[in-house]
Design a protein around this ligand. Sequence first.
Ligand code: ADP
Length: 496
Amino acid sequence: MGIASIAPEINSAAAQFVQKKGKILINNQWSDAASGKTFPTYDPATGEVLAQIAEGDKADIDRAVSAARKAFNGPWRKMSPSERGKLIWKLADLLEKNQEEFATLETLDNGKPLTISKAADVPLAIDNFRYFAGWATKIEGNTLNISSPGKYFAYTLREPVGVVGQIIPWNFPLLMAAWKLAPALATGCCVVLKPAEQTSLTALRLGELFVEAGFPEGVVNVVTGFGETAGAALAAHDDVDKVAFTGSTEVGKLILKAAAGNLKKVSLELGGKSPNLVFSDADIDAAVKGSAGAIFFNQGQVCCAGSRLFVEKGIFDRVVEGVSAQAKKIRVGPGIDPKTHMGPLVSKEQLDRVCGYLESGAKEGARAAAGGKKIEGKGYFVEPTVLVDTKPHMKVVQEEIFGPVVTAIPFDNVEDVMVEANNSVYGLASGIWTKDVSRAHRVAEKLQAGTVWINCWNVFDASLPFGGYKQSGWGREMGHDVLELYTQKKAVVTAI
Ligand code: ADP
């Protein structure tokens, strides 16, 4: 086991959890997959086997969906919103109590620096559960003044959508589970969660906490397995009322097709190629640091990474030198080492994909001002990379790389850069660096993206809606907007 080669001071609960054979959670019971099959996952820092995960497939999804349906028609529907809220809050408390273990599991599984798991992934997940615990008691309908006054009384009920399938990615495994589970539970839905096959550990440990917190059986079910089998079966299932997906745009389109069978509701949080605009009147030091963080955070494996850096011509060289200097300073290493700034990519497949883009960029004439190569040796490491001399048609400019690779592109004026910034099939996030407040808001209005960060990047909060324009997705997660995704309205009209 890879765990043996990890520092002795590693959180012991996490070390023990990793050794356990992975099971599936259905009806608050842990069991093997129906097929009995398991598959290995790998420590991205070493490439060695980390854990054995149950390989759930259609049979397990069927069982989990019927457990969720029974809970939805039974105890969960009858529970008061206040009780539901209390349970969600309790779950957050348990997560907080076990935060060291969760942070360590996330780092072992995904590769990200432990400092980041501790400072971002785990606390943001806790906040998310607490924020939505508060919403459980605030889901309301309206009374309506319809025509023919005095003849009718009309009101709306906001009801949970029902049984929800949630399919999540590997870049923020715990946080994505929290983004999905918290609003679904607050609104009264029951869930079958399918974690990414590369990173199931925190979802499984979270499943244990749901049982410990006292959630009724069947409310939260966790089925591990592959996308093409378990994920596809969940997306296609006739008794699932809604599927919520975060992942690639390519798979998002498959989810949509699979959902057509019973026209289940669909929400999608997909890819991005987010433009980051630096104007010459910006605080250059802040813009340089912020732009480096925008792309290199989480090894660039972030759907809203600032992967296209547009810089006004007069300051282009200075900003590129600054971001390149930041890239060269980044200490790349195993996430578990407290000195590490950037960990490995999540998998061999992801490493090959990112290296494929680096080769394609080089072949098409892009030049690396920093990085540009795989880091030889064990583990899935790649250099933080800044590409210049790119052309708009290049794959590295058009496609989502999902790695620590930014393309830096000079611009002449605001009109030109707006065209270029919006020249993408994606529209997830964007950023502006300037001291001119009027310009910042004029540009913000024109950017075709679900989020605009002004003089900052990657600022997340449970109260901020997050989602995409264009092919970056359907619907908004977090904030009160997400309640729309997990509820439906019923109009009730009474003759009086
Ligand atoms: P990546 O390509 O970066 O691994 P994916 O979009 O493939 O990202 O994966 C995100 C999630 O979608 C994972 O949980 C994965 O198992 C799941 N998934 C992949 N393919 C399918 C599919 N055909 N149907 C349903 N889920 C899928």
